[in-house]
Structures are given as C-alpha cells and as structure tokens.
Design a protein around this ligand. Structure first.
Ligand SMILES: *[C@@H]1O[C@H](CO)[C@@H](O)[C@H](O)[C@H]1NC(C)=O
Ligand SMILES: *[C@@H]1O[C@H](CO)[C@@H](O)[C@H](O)[C@H]1NC(C)=O
Ligand SMILES: [Zn+2]
Length: 427
C-alpha cells in the first residue's frame, strides 16, 4: 500500500466521517485580514475587539505588511465583516468551517495512528502523542548509549515525565558548548514537537552530514514542554485548540500560558492577569512546573549554552529579544546575523520567506515573561522563538504537510547552528 493510496483513502473516509459530526467549532471561520490598508484607528479597534475571547482568537498576528489570521465565532461574523467593510480593510476567508476541518483532521489522525503504529522510529507520516515521543527518546538512548543520553528533568502538573535527550557525537569529550532546543510549549502547536523529533532524528541518524554540528557542541532537546496540554488537545475536536497548561487556577478557568510564566518581567505588557485569558501569566512567576523545568534547564546549561531555540507555530518568524519591551539588546547584530542565516537557508531550500527581528517591533507583539527573553537574560548569547509556517486550514498543518515543514525547519536550524558554531567556538 503506497503512502499516496493511503492519503487518498483517508480523504474519502474522513470526508464522510467529518460530515456527520459536529463540535464546538462548527461554523467558526478563519479570516485573513490584510495588514496593508490598515489605519492606526482600525488597528486599535481590532486589538480591542479580539480581546473578546469568547468571540475571537488571533491565530497569527500582523507581521510587517502580512495579513493576520483571526478565528471568529459564528454569531460574530456579520459584525466583523461589517467592521472591515466600513474601514475598507481587505480580507479573505481561509476557513469557512473550522469545526469541519477539525473533525476531518481528527478522523485522518485516528486512521494514521492505526496505519503507522510506533515502531521504534518517529516518521513524518503523522503526529505522535507525548507517550510515543518519550518512548522514542528512551529507545534512542538505549540503542545509542554513547551518543544519546536521557534525563528526566521534571514532571508536569498531571504527572507526566519531562525528559530531555542530549545528543553527542560519541567522542566522550566533556564540557562542549550547548545548543538547547524545546518544543510543545503551547498545546495546540503540534508541528512544534514534530519539528523537534525530526531534529533528533537528523542529529542521531545522520551523523555523516551533521558531524560539524556535533564536533564541539552537544544538543539538549526537550520535545514537549507542556505534555498535559498537548495530550488534552488530542482528546477531541472541542479541546483541539487548547493552548495553556492544565493546572486549575483560582477561578473557574484552567491553565496558564507557560510562555508568560517565566521570572523575567513577569506579568507585564503582553501577558494577562485574567485566568480565563489564553495569555494568562499565572498566579506567580514559575507557578507552572513545566515552565520551571525549562528555567532550570536554562540555568544548568547557561555556562556552555550558545543558542536557545524554542519552537512554536505559526507565522514563519524567527523572533529574538526583547519580547517584553520595544528596546533592542546591544548585541542585536549578532542575533540578526544568526537569524538571517536561517532565513536565507530556508528561502534557498523551499522559497518560504521567514520574517526575522525582535518580537515587539516585528509583529507588534509584546510578550513578557517568555522563555526566549529569560534564556537571553540568563546568558545565552543567541535566543530565538521560531514560529513555524502555517500549512493548512486548521490550526496546524495537516499530517500530509508534516514532512515538508519539518524538513524545511531543519534546514533553518542547521544553518543557524552553523553560524553559532562559527561565531561562538569552543573556548
Ligand atoms: C500595536 O499594538 C498596539 C497594542 O495592541 C496598538 O495600539 C497599535 O495600534 C499597534 N500598532 C500597529 C502599527 O499595528
Ligand atoms: C463580546 O462580543 C459579544 C458579541 O458581539 C458581545 O455581545 C459581548 O458583549 C462582548 N463582550 C465583551 C466583554 O466585550
Ligand atoms: Zn506558541
């Protein structure tokens, strides 16, 4: 059975299944709102409007002149369209029924799990759950005892083990420089753990092509920072768009945005103190065990750490500090140079155009208490948030697009790592 045949069969099956099921996102639409003709007044109106979290959710921000993608509640369509028409703002509807997309994707994913069970390797045919990803890195460490080292670094609120894998070239040399990578901060961003596992595959199984990346550097990877949230998004269509952790807060609302929970300019601009918001900063800095684990990792590797990279989706962006303020660090040139290496390698490989720059000014998106600022402030000279590309009609790319996106992401990561190795050689 060829993969092509499988996908053909899947689309038929999922079509019929999808039409029968309804869910919470039935009738929600996703609009792509032009960034070009936008007046300052409209920008302000819009940024107020989307704070109404029961009716709006911003999937990706305006980025330079690029459009934003905004999901809108069925009962708010007329209002929203009217507002854009009044302001002469151009828009496209890129998804007419989010609920339908989600049920089709759920059915596809269910079938793919049966067709491609875990077999010791993680391919790019489908998305894997947290247990499979942990199993994979455990198996790797067992099979490559001189090259891959497993470490249990903490537990999620619901008790899932957080494990890192450290990948070396096996020469047993100690105290090399370190590149620290994590994925799966935000539960619904499934392409992020997929890109992290592809990175692991490359470093372990393709030593021949990547020997230079492991000569003086070790790589430490935590593929899923927020496993409780990640598993929750796999339960049903209704929970698919969950972003936060799963620890209850003082109010009726559950979860904290782990990427607003770091103890550096915690709970300032771009974070919310409302437990019901998707950017809730938490009751205090590092209230979430998952964020604390990443904070501890940052400190334990900072002496050797040259690059911290956190994988998110989506927006095709490589963002560097600061996220909490519009000011840029003194070393902006270095950050820019490394990001540009990733940007141009990706463009050359696939034509995908990434935007690079400081978070605050590039996408007008202030985010305080985030992990990239924390790592940079702790001493990592290079610290990036990489927002992977949008690749479909749902939140994440469909399974059929995983392969091309994770390969493209790898090209960018490898190019940035090579620049880092050149700029920050082992002392
Ligand atoms: C940037 O965001 C702020 C706050 O959301 C808003 O008031 C401002 O108009 C935005 N500026 C641009 C150029 O979009
Ligand atoms: C959110 O939008 C709905 C629909 O337009 C409106 O009825 C409601 O009052 C808004 N809530 C807030 C807090 O603005
Ligand atoms: Zn994210």
């Amino acid at each position: 059975m060829t993969v092509g045949w499988v996908f053909l069969a899947l689309s038929c099956l999922s079509l019929s299944a999808g039409l029968q099921r309804t869910n919470k996102y039935e009738g929600y639409k996703v609009y792509e709102v032009s960034g070009k003709a936008r007046s300052v007044a409209f920008a302000e109106t819009l940024s107020e409007l989307v704070k109404n979290a029961s009716y709006y959710e911003v999937f990706s921000e305006f980025n330079g002149g690029n459009p934003a993608k905004i999901m809108v509640h069925p009962q708010e369509q007329v209002n929203f369209v009217q507002l854009m028409d009044e302001n002469n703002v151009q828009y496209d509807i890129i998804n007419r029924n989010v609920g339908l997309t989600l049920s089709r994707q759920f059915e596809t994913n269910r079938m793919l799990r049966q067709w491609f069970p875990y077999n010791g390797r993680l391919g790019t045919e489908r998305y894997y759950n947290h247990e499979e990803i942990n199993q994979f890195i455990e198996d790797l460490a067992r099979e490559h005892p001189r090259r891959a080292f497993l470490k249990t670094v903490g537990r999620s609120y619901e008790g899932r083990w957080l494990k890192t894998i450290t990948i070396t070239n096996g020469d047993a040399r100690r105290n090399k420089n370190v590149i620290l990578v994590d994925g799966g901060f935000h539960a619904r961003e499934w392409i992020s753990p997929a890109a992290a596992t592809y990175l692991i595959n490359q470093l372990v199984y393709n030593l021949e092509d990547n020997a230079d990346l492991l000569l003086d550097f070790d790589w430490v990877i935590l593929p899923v920072v927020n496993p409780d949230g990640y598993e929750y998004t796999q339960l049903s269509e209704d929970t698919r768009l969950w972003r936060k952790t799963r620890k209850p807060s003082s109010s009726d609302c559950i979860g904290t945005d782990p990427n607003r929970n770091f103890d550096f300019h915690w709970n300032e601009e771009g974070a919310s103190d409302d437990p019901c918001d998707i950017t809730y900063a938490g009751a205090k800095a590092f209230s979430e065990p998952e964020a604390l684990v990443v904070g501890d990792l940052i400190h334990s590797y900072v002496d050797r750490g040259q690059m911290y990279l956190t994988l998110h989706s989506y927006g095709s962006l490589i963002l560097y500090p600061w996220g909490w303020t519009a000011a840029v660090p003194d070393t902006e040139e270095d950050l820019h140079e490394v990001a540009a290496a990733g940007q141009s390698a990706i463009q050359e490989a696939t034509g995908t155009i990434y935007t690079i720059g400081p978070s605050t000014t590039t996408i007008n998106y202030t985010a305080s208490g985030a992990s990239d600022d924390y790592a940079f402030n702790a001493g990592f000279p290079i610290s990036f948030t990489m927002e992977l590309p949008f690749g479909g009609k749902g939140f994440d790319p469909p399974a059929s697009d995983i392969d091309s996106i994770v390969k493209e992401t790898w090209v960018g990561i490898a190019a940035m790592a090579r620049k880092v190795i050149q700029k920050y050689p082992l002392a």
